[in-house]
Ligand binder design. Structure first.
Ligand SMILES: C[S@@+](CC[C@H](N)C(=O)[O-])C[C@H]1O[C@@H](n2cnc3c(N)ncnc32)[C@H](O)[C@@H]1O
Length: 334
């Protein structure tokens, strides 16, 4: 993006691979966000591709949410403890299978309590200025905090996702990982996260909480039948609950899915459905065409015609968006 003074601002990009990340669709999702919204909430945040690439705006609150503990921890660490994380990453050895298994196991362990949180707990517990009930409440908060901001766990998680083929850390990969390449991405991400509020809740609970008439919810749930890929289980029936939550929203809603007739069926009564098609020009074989769905509760036509901001995006990310379906009733008037 180029500012009025001509300075080039590079937007942050995902800093680790993640199954189902929407990096390639970012410009298409961004163009659909009405410029006047006061809140942007990404409820299935994953790698944060969409929110990281979104230019911060005065007067708009941006919220990232994911229920996965490791994702939330890594985002907290990049936001609040990026130097410690960078230091931790540089100190880790890098090559081969053995370290990969080691880091994967480390990422899976329950984080140790921080010494300073233990200390805080001791001070609170020994203090005479709180009632017993107040002490219990404070200790619960401190215990909650101790679960996150674990830089060792975050570093292990990053090594695991970079080293695994699936981008989820669940498969053993043999890729070598260059910690410097990860560390180099952190400053931009950390700067962007300064203006992003981090949440760690069930998206199905968060949607009604964060819905507001002048806000937008962006939901990129696990695709149907890929639910088991993620540590956090999203059950098949949750797709229906998500549809119901989205239908009840007073604000704007964007949902993305892989092309799926069952999803079209679920949303066709009251949502606009855009199909995005990308053909691999180098391949003539069947299956070389990729299709995605973007679903909105408002008419996307005025936004689709806007100039795409593909500055800094890979040029291969040229998709052909077509409004596949218009509902009989429109849930959200513009
Ligand atoms: C398709 S991925 C999102 C990818 C993301 N848009 C990106 O660009 O990286 C789905 C995400 O939903 C998260 N998830 C699954 N069930 C959830 C739930 N009930 N609440 C919040 N997050 C959930 C998973 O941890 C996973 O990161």
């Amino acid at each position: 993006m180029v500012t009025r003074k001509g300075t080039v601002l590079l937007m942050a990009k995902p800093f680790f691979p993640w199954m189902g990340n929407k990096e390639k669709l970012v410009p298409y999702i961004h163009q659909l966000i009405p410029p006047h919204v006061k809140q942007f909430t990404e409820v299935f945040g994953g790698s944060g591709a969409v929110i990281l690439g979104l230019q911060p705006k005065k007067g708009r609150l941006d919220i990232y949410n994911d229920l996965n503990d490791d994702l939330f921890n890594v985002f907290c660490c990049v936001k609040e403890k990026s130097f410690s994380l960078a230091k931790e990453l540089k100190f880790l050895p890098v090559h081969g299978r053995t370290p990969f298994a080691f880091y994967r196991d480390m990422a899976a362990h329950e984080p140790d309590f921080y010494r300073h949180i233990e200390e805080e707990k001791r001070v609170v517990a020994e203090s005479t200025c709180f009632t017993e009930e107040e002490i219990r409440e404070l200790l619960t908060i401190l215990d909650g905090n101790a679960k996150f901001f674990d830089v060792r766990r975050a570093a292990a998680f990053l090594f695991t996702t970079y080293g695994s083929f699936s981008g989820t850390g669940n498969s053993v990969g043999i890729k070598t990982v260059d910690p410097q390449a990860i560390v180099d991405k952190l400053p931009q991400v950390s700067r962007r996260l300064d203006s992003v509020f981090l949440e760690h809740q069930d998206a199905l609970v968060l949607i009604p909480k964060e819905d507001r008439p002048d806000g937008i919810i962006y939901a990129d749930p696990p695709y149907m039948l890929t639910e088991k890929v993620y540590d956090v289980r999203f059950l098949p029936e949750h797709h229906i609950v998500l549809h119901d939550r989205a239908s009840s929203c007073k604000g704007y809603v964007i949902i993305s899915y892989g092309y799926d007739d069952r999803i079209i069926d679920l949303y066709k009564d009251d949502f606009f459905i855009i199909s995005l098609k990308r053909t691999n020009p180098l391949s003539q074989t069947e299956g070389s065409t990729f299709r995605e769905l973007i679903i909105t509760n408002y008419d996307p036509s005025p936004y689709l015609n806007k100039q795409l901001d593909i500055f800094g995006q890979a040029t291969e990310a040229m998709w052909e968006p077509v409004i596949l379906h218009r509902p009989r009733r429109i849930l959200k008037a513009d």
